[in-house]
Design a protein around this ligand. Sequence first.
Ligand code: PLP
Length: 387
Amino acid sequence: MRRVYFDYNATTPIHPEVASFVKGFFHELFGNPSSPHWAGRETRPYVDEARERVAAMIKAKPEEIVFTSGGTEADNQAIKGAAYAFRGKGNHIITTKIEHPAVLNTCAYLEGKGFSVTYVDVDRSGMVDPGDVKKAIRKETILVSVMQANNETGTLLPLREIGAVAREAGVLFHSDLVQAMGKIDIDVNELNVDLGSFSAHKVYGPKGIGALYMREGLDIDNLIHGGHQEMGRRAGTENTLGIAAFGKACEVIMGEMAEETARIEFLRQRLLRGLEASVGDLRVNGDRERRLPNTLNLSFEFVESESLLIGLDLAGIAVSSGSACSSGSTEPSHVLLAMGIAPEVCQSALRISLGRGNTEEDIDYALEVIPRVVGRLREMSPFYLKR
Ligand code: PLP
């Protein structure tokens, strides 16, 4: 059976060039990069080089990059670190209703610790109005946290404008840039961000490694205490293998990005046009123009997305209903609900996210399988038959 992977927003396979780059690490490069002897000295340059590569991808300085265990830790470090460092100044945080759980649940935790959080609304396409962020700012506001690209819908938020609002008010600005990295160009200076979260496994690197961009001169509380690694900002012996692989992934993906983005966007549009032509009662969720090139979020009305996901999996097609973190739960997506989409339409939403492994043949296969599976499920749906 043909296997098609359409879940690149959940995770990506290791890029072959990254895999061959890190092979030597398993045996030869075992030194602790903090050790002054030959073994440490052999490993240290790989960590330094990776820091330069990650920094280059987001137009930052290497010393502004702190390696973490992933995007979740980077979000926690940014938000809790800023909240605790600036609690003398105020206790108010602004975020949006469509953030990843790594941001939303961190904010909810802080609410339990005496902080107050404003969750800004989005419109029907999942867009945040920078004016709403401006209106929410109070004299106690210490942090604004808004993602660039939504992981479920792919909608791109007006980050530069939101960053400018935060800067003008003298409030720190964090962005979860996990889904943007590798799919669109990122320049942390242009975006006006002070803190930015990244994750290697979304850019063809390994899982369990990520980074936090911290603007030079910024001092926030540490999340993890211990040794002096990562310039005293994140304790614990460095994940040298993961860090080197992340750096290499950034270098390789940056080189491929322009060409790959155009190719993937073309495939996505072909898939969407084909589905719109062959499946009725189909809705596109999210902004049609301002979106990631690889992501589609579609509601196949009258079909339960979990059943569709299983039907497609049986045909070898891997997709996601809502986000991977919330699959297994039957709750409608918080992102789609925040967009004002009816719960039953949310329940029929499927996320299809493309990547560098996808081909024209994958699209042909999907255009043959998806309408067939949707049709079969609708034949069994009393709501569809009665409509
Ligand atoms: N933020 C966003 C927008 C994500 O999509 C993800 C992963 O799904 C994360 C954060 C969490 O990153 P990690 O899996 O590296 O902890």
